[in-house]
Design a protein around this ligand. Sequence first.
Ligand code: RP5
Ligand code: MG
Ligand code: MG
Length: 279
Amino acid sequence: AGPHVKSRCPQYPGSNIKRFPVPDAKVDWTQNWPQYNPVSYTDPSVAKKPAWADPDIGSFCPNFNTVDAAVDRTSFEGSYKLEKGKPLNPRGRTGLTGRGLLGRWGPNHAADPVVSRWKLDAKGGKIHHPVSKRPILQFVSIKRKDCGEWAIPGGMVDPGEQVSLTLQREFSEEALNSLLSSPSERAKIHERITKLFNSPGFQVYKGYVDDPRNTDNSWMETVAVNFHDDSGNSVSELPLQAGDDAGQVQWVDVDSSLALYASHSHFLELVAKERKAHW
Ligand code: RP5
Ligand code: MG
Ligand code: MG
């Protein structure tokens, strides 16, 4: 992969803060750059000390590169360095220090459930793409409320939470709106979804995410797993309903032209290749 791009977006999301412009050649920390002078920014939602966020470094110095008090501070990218007690983004400069919108110093762990099915015609036959001649996959996509971009319905791993549970929980919250449904509906959803998420998923990706919220000291990492409803009679039959941080939800055809949040299009490319589907 080339240098991170969205992690250098000129305007920091949810703010009017501008990043210090970092050219490709200066992304790597090994490039000496005395003129580098990024602004420090921590969003008010993080600064007000919610349960999901760390305190400021100083009074607080967690054990980085380990699992500390149930918070996974290890990185899939290997051991990360510290500078003045603060973790350094393993993919290099972002033009902004502090945590921005992210709660954790260092890695912020998420999980991304890629739920897929085949696109079918009225008779139940697979629809092939006219150009690639390959069958078209569809995946459950949500429109993020924070930025309006379409994305995989992923979310943060809670302290001590198994990633397998995060995948199922975030999918249920954002794409099935389990948070709002009645107890009986919730039980039905839970049964279907547990079956699918207990099936052997395909681990698509594990590592750094090029997320626009990343900073020099805080960044997103994820485990993306594909759960495929091959027969089309599992989750494909559940009504999708956007919930939590999702504004809309729908089945979207998987295609290389999709513009998705963060590195999500890359994850879908890997799913399409694995399933020999159109890309
Ligand atoms: C992305 O942010 C991950 O790939 C995941 O989809 C998402 C998690 O953050 P929230 O959806 O909780 O904001 O980097
Ligand atoms: Mg969520
Ligand atoms: Mg989310």
